[in-house]
Design a protein around this ligand. Structure first.
Ligand SMILES: Nc1ncnc2c1ncn2[C@@H]1O[C@H](COP(=O)(O)OP(=O)(O)OP(=O)(O)O)[C@@H](O)[C@H]1O
Ligand SMILES: [Mg+2]
Length: 221
Protein backbone atom coordinates (compact mmCIF):
# COMPACT_ATOMS: atom_id res chain seq x y z
CA UNK A 1 0.00 0.00 0.00
CA UNK A 2 1.43 3.37 -1.02
CA UNK A 3 2.61 5.85 1.59
CA UNK A 4 1.16 9.25 0.79
CA UNK A 5 2.99 12.50 1.51
CA UNK A 6 1.48 15.94 0.93
CA UNK A 7 3.60 19.08 0.67
CA UNK A 8 1.87 22.16 1.97
CA UNK A 9 1.95 25.79 3.05
CA UNK A 10 -0.81 28.27 2.29
CA UNK A 11 1.87 30.86 1.50
CA UNK A 12 2.91 30.99 -2.11
CA UNK A 13 6.45 30.63 -3.37
CA UNK A 14 7.94 28.85 -0.35
CA UNK A 15 9.23 25.79 -2.22
CA UNK A 16 6.35 23.29 -2.03
CA UNK A 17 6.61 22.32 -5.66
CA UNK A 18 10.40 22.31 -5.71
CA UNK A 19 10.70 20.08 -2.67
CA UNK A 20 7.77 17.78 -3.51
CA UNK A 21 9.10 17.06 -6.99
CA UNK A 22 12.66 16.63 -5.70
CA UNK A 23 11.47 14.21 -3.00
CA UNK A 24 9.52 12.19 -5.59
CA UNK A 25 12.54 12.03 -7.89
CA UNK A 26 14.87 11.11 -5.05
CA UNK A 27 12.58 8.22 -3.98
CA UNK A 28 12.49 7.00 -7.57
CA UNK A 29 16.30 7.15 -7.78
CA UNK A 30 16.42 5.00 -4.66
CA UNK A 31 14.43 2.30 -6.43
CA UNK A 32 10.91 2.99 -5.13
CA UNK A 33 7.91 3.25 -7.41
CA UNK A 34 6.53 6.75 -7.18
CA UNK A 35 3.54 8.62 -8.55
CA UNK A 36 3.26 12.35 -8.13
CA UNK A 37 0.00 14.30 -8.15
CA UNK A 38 -0.19 17.99 -8.89
CA UNK A 39 -3.20 19.21 -6.89
CA UNK A 40 -2.42 22.87 -7.55
CA UNK A 41 -4.44 24.45 -10.37
CA UNK A 42 -1.28 26.46 -11.27
CA UNK A 43 0.19 23.10 -12.42
CA UNK A 44 3.76 24.10 -11.56
CA UNK A 45 4.94 20.55 -10.93
CA UNK A 46 3.28 19.27 -14.07
CA UNK A 47 4.79 22.10 -16.10
CA UNK A 48 8.27 21.57 -14.66
CA UNK A 49 8.15 17.99 -15.88
CA UNK A 50 6.57 19.16 -19.14
CA UNK A 51 9.54 21.44 -19.80
CA UNK A 52 11.68 18.32 -20.14
CA UNK A 53 10.09 17.04 -23.32
CA UNK A 54 13.02 18.13 -25.45
CA UNK A 55 15.50 16.24 -23.30
CA UNK A 56 15.27 12.68 -22.01
CA UNK A 57 11.92 12.96 -20.28
CA UNK A 58 11.25 13.50 -16.62
CA UNK A 59 12.19 10.67 -14.23
CA UNK A 60 8.93 10.61 -12.29
CA UNK A 61 5.34 10.36 -13.47
CA UNK A 62 3.33 13.48 -12.62
CA UNK A 63 -0.45 13.51 -12.98
CA UNK A 64 -2.86 16.36 -12.57
CA UNK A 65 -5.31 15.82 -9.73
CA UNK A 66 -8.55 16.94 -11.27
CA UNK A 67 -9.74 20.18 -9.84
CA UNK A 68 -12.81 18.64 -8.26
CA UNK A 69 -11.97 18.42 -4.57
CA UNK A 70 -14.82 15.98 -3.96
CA UNK A 71 -13.15 13.09 -5.69
CA UNK A 72 -9.60 13.33 -4.47
CA UNK A 73 -9.62 10.24 -2.26
CA UNK A 74 -11.56 8.23 -4.82
CA UNK A 75 -9.03 9.17 -7.50
CA UNK A 76 -6.02 8.40 -5.34
CA UNK A 77 -7.37 5.06 -4.12
CA UNK A 78 -7.03 3.72 -7.65
CA UNK A 79 -3.26 3.92 -7.27
CA UNK A 80 -2.77 2.76 -3.67
CA UNK A 81 -1.73 -0.75 -4.61
CA UNK A 82 0.46 0.12 -7.58
CA UNK A 83 3.04 2.44 -6.00
CA UNK A 84 5.31 2.58 -2.96
CA UNK A 85 4.83 6.33 -2.59
CA UNK A 86 2.33 8.91 -3.77
CA UNK A 87 3.52 12.50 -3.43
CA UNK A 88 1.09 15.41 -3.60
CA UNK A 89 1.92 19.04 -4.33
CA UNK A 90 -0.85 21.26 -2.94
CA UNK A 91 -2.02 24.79 -3.77
CA UNK A 92 -1.08 27.87 -1.70
CA UNK A 93 -4.39 28.32 0.10
CA UNK A 94 -6.57 26.75 2.76
CA UNK A 95 -9.90 27.82 1.33
CA UNK A 96 -11.16 25.39 -1.25
CA UNK A 97 -10.89 22.08 0.58
CA UNK A 98 -8.23 20.59 -1.70
CA UNK A 99 -5.53 20.47 0.96
CA UNK A 100 -7.94 19.05 3.57
CA UNK A 101 -8.93 16.21 1.28
CA UNK A 102 -5.31 15.48 0.48
CA UNK A 103 -4.34 15.46 4.16
CA UNK A 104 -7.25 13.23 5.13
CA UNK A 105 -5.82 10.38 3.09
CA UNK A 106 -2.10 11.14 3.59
CA UNK A 107 0.34 9.46 5.94
CA UNK A 108 2.33 12.63 6.39
CA UNK A 109 2.52 16.32 5.60
CA UNK A 110 5.70 18.22 4.85
CA UNK A 111 5.54 21.95 5.48
CA UNK A 112 7.94 24.02 3.44
CA UNK A 113 8.95 27.16 5.29
CA UNK A 114 11.27 30.07 4.46
CA UNK A 115 12.76 31.46 7.68
CA UNK A 116 11.97 35.13 7.06
CA UNK A 117 10.09 37.18 9.61
CA UNK A 118 7.22 37.76 7.19
CA UNK A 119 6.56 34.06 6.90
CA UNK A 120 6.04 33.46 10.62
CA UNK A 121 2.41 34.56 10.56
CA UNK A 122 1.63 31.65 8.22
CA UNK A 123 2.35 29.04 10.88
CA UNK A 124 -0.55 29.30 13.39
CA UNK A 125 -3.27 29.02 10.68
CA UNK A 126 -1.74 25.92 9.07
CA UNK A 127 -1.19 24.41 12.51
CA UNK A 128 -4.91 24.92 13.32
CA UNK A 129 -5.86 23.49 9.92
CA UNK A 130 -3.79 20.33 10.45
CA UNK A 131 -5.26 19.91 13.94
CA UNK A 132 -8.73 20.14 12.43
CA UNK A 133 -7.81 17.47 9.87
CA UNK A 134 -6.57 15.28 12.73
CA UNK A 135 -9.94 15.60 14.47
CA UNK A 136 -11.65 14.44 11.26
CA UNK A 137 -9.15 11.61 10.93
CA UNK A 138 -9.90 10.44 14.47
CA UNK A 139 -13.60 10.32 13.56
CA UNK A 140 -12.82 7.91 10.74
CA UNK A 141 -10.47 5.91 13.00
CA UNK A 142 -7.35 7.05 11.21
CA UNK A 143 -4.14 7.81 13.11
CA UNK A 144 -2.90 11.41 13.52
CA UNK A 145 -0.93 12.77 10.60
CA UNK A 146 2.82 12.49 10.83
CA UNK A 147 4.94 15.26 9.45
CA UNK A 148 6.93 18.36 10.10
CA UNK A 149 8.38 21.60 8.88
CA UNK A 150 11.62 22.06 7.00
CA UNK A 151 13.51 25.26 6.32
CA UNK A 152 13.95 26.21 2.69
CA UNK A 153 16.17 28.92 1.20
CA UNK A 154 18.37 29.04 4.25
CA UNK A 155 21.40 31.30 4.36
CA UNK A 156 23.73 32.43 7.06
CA UNK A 157 22.14 35.72 7.99
CA UNK A 158 21.25 36.85 11.49
CA UNK A 159 17.62 37.26 10.46
CA UNK A 160 17.38 33.61 9.39
CA UNK A 161 18.93 32.46 12.66
CA UNK A 162 16.57 34.65 14.67
CA UNK A 163 13.47 33.35 12.87
CA UNK A 164 14.61 29.75 13.29
CA UNK A 165 15.03 30.40 17.02
CA UNK A 166 11.46 31.68 17.23
CA UNK A 167 10.04 28.71 15.29
CA UNK A 168 11.89 26.29 17.53
CA UNK A 169 10.87 27.94 20.75
CA UNK A 170 7.20 28.12 19.63
CA UNK A 171 7.21 24.34 19.05
CA UNK A 172 4.25 24.57 16.69
CA UNK A 173 5.66 21.87 14.43
CA UNK A 174 8.21 19.09 14.59
CA UNK A 175 11.21 20.36 12.60
CA UNK A 176 13.31 18.28 10.21
CA UNK A 177 17.06 18.67 10.75
CA UNK A 178 17.84 18.96 7.04
CA UNK A 179 17.90 22.52 5.73
CA UNK A 180 17.75 23.45 2.07
CA UNK A 181 20.14 26.19 0.99
CA UNK A 182 19.29 29.00 -1.43
CA UNK A 183 20.67 28.10 -4.84
CA UNK A 184 20.22 29.52 -8.32
CA UNK A 185 20.35 25.92 -9.53
CA UNK A 186 16.75 25.50 -8.35
CA UNK A 187 15.13 27.94 -10.80
CA UNK A 188 17.68 27.00 -13.49
CA UNK A 189 16.76 23.33 -13.30
CA UNK A 190 13.06 24.17 -13.48
CA UNK A 191 13.53 26.24 -16.60
CA UNK A 192 15.39 23.40 -18.25
CA UNK A 193 12.88 20.75 -17.13
CA UNK A 194 15.68 18.98 -15.26
CA UNK A 195 15.77 17.72 -11.71
CA UNK A 196 18.38 19.04 -9.32
CA UNK A 197 20.06 15.63 -9.60
CA UNK A 198 20.86 16.41 -13.23
CA UNK A 199 22.64 19.70 -12.58
CA UNK A 200 26.13 18.21 -12.40
CA UNK A 201 28.86 18.62 -9.80
CA UNK A 202 27.90 22.20 -8.98
CA UNK A 203 24.64 20.86 -7.57
CA UNK A 204 26.29 18.49 -5.10
CA UNK A 205 25.65 20.48 -1.92
CA UNK A 206 22.06 21.23 -2.87
CA UNK A 207 21.49 17.54 -3.61
CA UNK A 208 22.94 16.64 -0.22
CA UNK A 209 20.48 18.99 1.47
CA UNK A 210 17.54 17.36 -0.30
CA UNK A 211 18.71 13.78 0.16
CA UNK A 212 19.15 14.42 3.90
CA UNK A 213 15.53 15.60 3.99
CA UNK A 214 14.42 12.50 2.05
CA UNK A 215 16.21 10.29 4.60
CA UNK A 216 14.32 11.93 7.45
CA UNK A 217 10.91 11.72 5.76
CA UNK A 218 11.40 8.04 4.91
CA UNK A 219 12.39 7.39 8.50
CA UNK A 220 9.32 9.22 9.81
CA UNK A 221 6.73 7.34 7.78
N1 LIG B 1 16.21 26.44 -2.27
C1 LIG B 1 15.90 27.33 -3.23
N2 LIG B 1 16.85 28.17 -3.71
C2 LIG B 1 16.55 29.07 -4.67
N3 LIG B 1 15.34 29.22 -5.22
C3 LIG B 1 14.35 28.41 -4.79
C4 LIG B 1 14.57 27.43 -3.77
N4 LIG B 1 13.40 26.79 -3.55
C5 LIG B 1 12.49 27.33 -4.39
N5 LIG B 1 13.06 28.31 -5.14
C6 LIG B 1 12.41 29.15 -6.16
O1 LIG B 1 11.36 29.84 -5.53
C7 LIG B 1 10.22 29.91 -6.38
C8 LIG B 1 9.04 29.28 -5.66
O2 LIG B 1 9.30 27.89 -5.48
P1 LIG B 1 8.13 26.83 -5.63
O3 LIG B 1 7.39 27.03 -6.90
O4 LIG B 1 8.70 25.50 -5.35
O5 LIG B 1 7.20 27.31 -4.42
P2 LIG B 1 5.68 26.93 -4.12
O6 LIG B 1 5.52 27.01 -2.66
O7 LIG B 1 5.32 25.65 -4.77
O8 LIG B 1 4.92 28.12 -4.83
P3 LIG B 1 3.32 28.20 -5.10
O9 LIG B 1 2.72 28.47 -3.78
O10 LIG B 1 3.17 29.33 -6.06
O11 LIG B 1 2.89 26.88 -5.64
C9 LIG B 1 10.60 29.19 -7.66
O12 LIG B 1 11.00 30.15 -8.60
C10 LIG B 1 11.78 28.33 -7.27
O13 LIG B 1 12.68 28.16 -8.34
MG1 LIG C 1 3.78 25.20 -6.07
Amino acid sequence: MAKIVTYCNQKGGVGKTTSAVTFAVDLQRRGHSVLMFDADPQLSAYNWAGASQETDGFPVEIRVLENNAKFISKELKKYFDSYDYIIIDSPPNLENGILRRCLLISDAYVLSFIPKSLELSALPPIKAYIEDVDIMRSEIDSYPLKGGLFYNMVNNTRLVKAVIDVVESDKLFPVFNARIRTSTLVPESQLLGLTIFEMGAKGKKLQEDFTALTDEIIELI
